[in-house]
Design a protein around this ligand. Structure first.
Ligand SMILES: Cc1cc2nc3c(=O)[nH]c(=O)nc-3n(C[C@H](O)[C@H](O)[C@H](O)COP(=O)(O)OP(=O)(O)OC[C@H]3O[C@@H](n4cnc5c(N)ncnc54)[C@H](O)[C@@H]3O)c2cc1C
Length: 401
């Protein structure tokens, strides 16, 4: 094999959703791209709500329609107080039509999302895919190199680290993560139900965290249930019948009776944010750069925006005949992603902790915030736009009515 075959503009390490989206976007921008995507070790039965700006980005790379065809639209979002506290907050209903949108986003099974991304990536002309992990990553001033388990050595101007929360690329660049663990777990499962969900996602705020029903196609929904460690253990051990009845009761039978199917995933919650997002020929994308609790569906939506940003900046560099992994490109990436990721991490963490707090003023503040959101259309619209990750709030071509 000659030297050129092992040289790329960019190597994307990791074939999870963030890595696949980054690889497709980079290849479409004209970068000669290598994707290292070892086969996943576990089946992923979660679903992902792709919101607002993700639709625009995934449309631009030609995959949004395929996602919509397999997903359920999220047209309305209801926040309800499921606590038994002294200060209870009003129910708030956010409707995508208030923003001139047809839906806030779409909820898709991760397996379907990954299948679409793998099929699309296999069709890209500038993209080579190898089903092996990176064993070692070495960074130099003018390039980076990656060694594979079979001994092959690859080099590139830029490494896009999409190798998840235990990223070896991040370690190679000596990037540190600020970590704060939350005393909560998320249980994720899917179920069928007897009444239609009417494309409404309902988030009950409970004493231990949100209990969120998210529509899936047909009479099915996914549930993300944030709870204490003890509760997570009890939920994991409960029979399907008992758990189905408990979920129906806890959700006030809004989707009728419930029948859970498939396994229950249990995830410890915490917030992890990188101190740099781009340096030394490495750009962090997805959970390699930020791990956000599944409250408000922000995690992969941030990862989609990471992928878009690095593809745009590296693509512009290649177009101008510049180095796509040069310090100025990575500084621009760092600056662009820092504000977005940090503001979302803080907001999600505050919401998670405010629900746990036993401190009455915290409940009053949360109640006032939601009361204002319920009554003041201007503030409510701003809150909705912010949750979608859209600055302008202008209807996008993909989502407008
Ligand atoms: C219960 C739950 C519900 C969620 N719901 C939502 C939601 O509704 N909306 C949303 O936006 N987000 C949601 N998230 C967050 C979302 O799931 C994550 O942000 C997303 O899965 C992260 O994708 P990733 O590609 O960055 O990481 P991963 O999916 O972890 O992928 C990393 C990949 O890197 C590979 N890898 C690791 N090491 C190497 C190596 N050395 N070489 C090569 N490859 C390597 C792994 O095999 C893996 O395939 C949720 C999270 C949870 C826990």
């Amino acid at each position: 094999m000659n030297r050129d075959e092992n040289e790329f503009d960019v190597i994307v390490v990791g074939g999870g959703p963030a890595g696949l989206i980054a690889a497709i976007a980079l290849a479409k921008r004209g970068l000669r791209t290598m994707l290292l995507a070892p086969s996943p070790q576990h089946e992923d039965r979660r679903t992902t709500a792709l919101l607002g700006s993700s639709a625009d980005i995934l449309s631009a790379i030609g995959i949004w329609q395929a996602i919509v065809d397999k997903a359920a639209p999220l047209r309305r979002l209801r926040l309800a107080d499921g606590t038994r506290r002294l200060v209870r907050t009003p129910e708030v209903l956010f409707d995508s039509r208030e923003l001139g949108l047809n839906a806030f986003g779409h909820n898709i099974a991760n397996e379907d999302l990954l299948a679409i991304l793998r099929e699309t990536s296999a069709r890209q002309t500038n993209l080579e895919i190898v089903a092996q992990p990176a064993s070692a990553v070495t960074l130099h001033d003018d390039s980076a190199s990656v060694v594979l388990p079979d001994g092959r050595s690859l080099s590139a101007k830029l490494i896009v680290a999409a190798d998840g929360r235990h990223s070896i690329c991040r370690t190679a660049a000596n990037i540190k993560m600020a970590k704060r663990s939350l005393p909560q777990f998320a249980v994720a499962l899917n179920f069928s139900h007897t009444r239609p969900h009417h494309d409404v996602s309902t988030e009950f705020h409970t004493e231990s965290g949100p209990f969120t029903l998210v529509p899936m196609p047909g009479s099915r929904s996914s549930l993300v249930w944030v709870c204490t460690a003890k509760e997570a253990e009890r939920i994991r051990a409960a029979s399907d019948e008992d758990l189905s009845e408990e979920i129906a009761r806890k959700s006030h039978y809004i989707v009728g009776t419930v029948h859970i199917d498939g396994p229950r995933g249990v995830f410890p919650l915490g917030v992890e944010v990188a101190d740099r997002f781009g340096v030394s020929r490495i750009a962090l994308v997805g959970e390699a750069g930020h791990v956000i609790p599944p409250i408000g569906a922000q995690g992969l939506n941030l990862g989609v925006r990471d992928a878009d940003a690095i593809a745009r900046l590296a693509g512009d560099a290649i177009m101008d005949g510049r180095d796509p992994g040069a310090p100025d490109v990575l500084s621009a990436y760092d600056a662009e992603r820092r504000a977005d990721v940090r503001s979302r991490a803080v907001a999600v963490e505050m919401l998670g902790r405010s629900l746990l707090s036993g401190f009455l003023p915290v409940h009053i503040a949360r109640g006032i915030g939601l009361e204002i959101a319920a009554r003041v259309p201007f503030l409510r619209r701003n809150l909705m736009r912010s949750g979608l990750g859209r600055d302008s709030g202008k209807p996008s071509p993909t989502e407008s009515v």
